[in-house]
Write a protein that binds this ligand. Structure first.
Ligand code: ATP
Ligand code: MG
Ligand code: MG
Ligand code: MG
Length: 359
C-alpha cells in the first residue's frame, strides 16, 4: 500500500525560495510506487497552508494561490481540516515531510503543530529544532556538553546592545561575523572589520531577528560539512566530511555564493582531510547532534583553521538542511552509497519508528 505523504514547503521565512527548490528534489526522490505525495504550500507573507493537487510521478510542487486553506487538526491523527466553505476532513496522512528552512518551519514551530496533530514527521522534534535554529542557545548547549571547539561569540539584543570595540576586545579579533541568531542560508550574515561596517551589519541582522550573534572570524576557514542520519533504531550514521570552497570573489559562503552565482562555490566530496581529522570531525558532528537533541537528520557545519592543526570548530547544526541541486546533505549521502530515494526511505522509516515508540 502506498503511504500518504504530506510535503510541507515554502514557509514564512527568508528561506522560502530555497525551500521550493529543496521540495522539488525531495518530491522527485520519493518513489511513486511507495508514496502518494500531496504538497501543502505555506504562503510566504501570511503563513497560510494551502492544499495542492497530488503530484504525478516526477512532478515538482509549485506555489498556488487557489487551493483550499488547510490545517492539521489537533488530535486528528494526521487528518487535515479543510477550511473552505463547508469545513471537511481529509483522509489521514501517514507521515509529513517538512521541507522548510529557517524560522517558522525549521525552528520547532511547525514540529509543535505536527505533535499536536499526532502525525509522524521527518526530522527533529520541537526542542531539537528550536535549539539548533537559535545559534546562541545551540552554542551554549554544545559548550555545556563539553564540545571543545566553539568559535568565541556574543549575543546582542536591543536591550543588551554590543559595540564593535567591546566585541572586538571580548572576542580578541578585529574581524567578526555578525548574523541573526535564528536564520539560515547565510541570510543576514556579514563579515566586518571596522565599527561602521559593524553597525551596518548589526542593523541588517536585526532586520531578521531580535537577537543577533557576533563571532570571532576563523581566518581563512576551510568549511567542512558532515551529514548525520539516524536509523529507525536510533543509531547515528555520519557521512564522510565534504568541503565547500567558496569562490574567492565572495570572500565567504554567503547567500549569493550559495544560490545566485552558479560558480559561487565548489563542493569537494570527500573533503581532502587525513583520516584522523576526518574521524575527529565526524565524531564532533555526532556529539553536536546529540547535544542539541536532534533526531532523524542534520547537517553539521564545521570550520578548520588551516594555520592550526588542532583548530576544528563546530559552527552550527542545520536540522532541515537544503535539498537543492547544489546541496551538500543529499550529495554526501549519495557519495556514501545512499541515493536520494533510499535516503528518503530511511528518513521516513525513522519518522514512523519514532512515532510508534512515542504513542
Ligand atoms: P546555512 O544554514 O545555510 O548553513 P547560516 O545562515 O545558518 O547558513 P552560518 O553557517 O553560520 O549561517 O554562516 C554562513 C557562512 O558565513 C559560513 O558558511 C561561512 O562561510 C561564514 N561564516 C560564518 N561564521 C563564521 C566565522 N565565525 N568564521 C568564518 N566564517 C564564518
Ligand atoms: Mg544554518
Ligand atoms: Mg540552514
Ligand atoms: Mg552553515
Amino acid at each position: 500500500m502506498r503511504r500518504k505523504v504530506a510535503l510541507l514547503f515554502g514557509g514564512r521565512s527568508a528561506e522560502h525560495e530555497v525551500s521550493i527548490l529543496s521540495a522539488g528534489n525531495v518530491a522527485r526522490a520519493l518513489d511513486p510506487d511507495r508514496y502518494a505525495v500531496t504538497p501543502i504550500a505555506i504562503d510566504k507573507e501570511t503563513g497560510a497552508w494551502r492544499l495542492c493537487p497530488a503530484l504525478a510521478a516526477g512532478e515538482a510542487p509549485a506555489m498556488g494561490q487557489d487551493g483550499p486553506l488547510v490545517a492539521f487538526l489537533p488530535g486528528g491523527g494526521g487528518r487535515l481540516a479543510i477550511l473552505s466553505d463547508a469545513a471537511a476532513l481529509s483522509e489521514p496522512f501517514d507521515v509529513v515531510v517538512p521541507v522548510l528552512h529557517g524560522p517558522n518551519g525549521e525552528d520547532g514551530t511547525v514540529q509543535g503543530a505536527l505533535d499536536l496533530a499526532g502525525v509522524p514527521y521527518v526530522g527533529s522534534g520541537v526542542v531539537g529544532s528550536a535549539a539548533a535554529m537559535d545559534k546562541d542557545v545551540a552554542k551554549r548547549l554544545m559548550r555545556d556538553a563539553g564540545l571543545p571547539m566553539i568559535v568565541p561569540f556574543l549575543a546582542a539584543t536591543a536591550r543588551r546592545p554590543v559595540s564593535y570595540a567591546d566585541a572586538a576586545a571580548a572576542l580578541e579579533s578585529r574581524t567578526l561575523f555578525v548574523k541573526p541568531a535564528n536564520m539560515g542560508s547565510s541570510v543576514g550574515v556579514s563579515r566586518v572589520t571596522d565599527p561602521a561596517q559593524f553597525d551596518r551589519a548589526a542593523a541588517h541582522a536585526f532586520g531578521y531577528d531580535e537577537k543577533i550573534l557576533i563571532e570571532r572570524a576563523v581566518p581563512q576557514a576551510r568549511e567542512i560539512e558532515c551529514a548525520v542520519l539516524e536509523t529507525p533504531e536510533g543509531e547515528l550514521r555520519v557521512s564522510p566530511p565534504g568541503e565547500i570552497a567558496p569562490a574567492a570573489a565572495h570572500g565567504f559562503y554567503g547567500y549569493d555564493a550559495k544560490y545566485l552565482d552558479p560558480d559561487g562555490a565548489a563542493l569537494l566530496i570527500p573533503a581532502a582531510l587525513d583520516a584522523a581529522r576526518a574521524d575527529r570531525m565526524r565524531e564532533l558532528a555526532a556529539r553536536a547532534f546529540a547535544a542539541l537533541a536532534c533526531a532523524g537528520l542534520a547537517r553539521v557545519d564545521l570550520f578548520l583553521d588551516p594555520a592550526d592543526p588542532a583548530g576544528i570548530f563546530v559552527n552550527e547544526v542545520n536540522t532541515l538542511p537544503g535539498f537543492t541541486a547544489i546541496s551538500m546533505y543529499p550529495k554526501l549521502w549519495d557519495a556514501a552509497g545512499l541515493a536520494p530515494p533510499a535516503l528518503m526511505d530511511a528518513l521516513i522509516a525513522h519518522a514512523l519508528a519514532r512515532h510508534a515508540r512515542a504513542v
